[in-house]
Design a protein around this ligand. Structure first.
Ligand code: SF4
Length: 64
C-alpha cells in the first residue's frame, strides 16, 4: 500500500500520527511533511485508520 499526503493542505491536527504513529510522523510544528509513504503490509490497517482520521481528508490511500 502507498500513501500520498497533500502536505500543503495539512493544518496540523496531528490525528494521523495519534492513530498511527508508526506510519505518520510530524515535524516540530505538528505538520505532516511527508508526501509519499510506502506502508509495510503489517501496518496497512493502521495506516488506513490514520488516513481516515484526518479531518482535512488529505491522506490518500493507494492499494497495490
Ligand atoms: S491529521 Fe491531516 S491535517 Fe492533521 S496532521 Fe495529519 S495530515 Fe495533517
Amino acid at each position: 500500500m502507498k500513501i500520498k499526503i497533500e502536505v500543503e493542505r495539512c493544518v496540523g491536527h496531528a490525528r494521523c500520527a495519534a492513530v498511527a504513529p508508526e506510519v505518520f510522523s510530524l515535524d516540530d510544528n505538528g505538520f505532516n511533511t511527508t508526501e509519499k509513504i510506502t506502508v509495510p503490509e503489517a501496518l496497512e490497517e493502521k495506516a488506513a485508520r490514520g488516513a481516515r482520521a484526518c479531518p482535512e481528508m488529505i491522506i490518500l490511500v493507494e492499494e497495490d
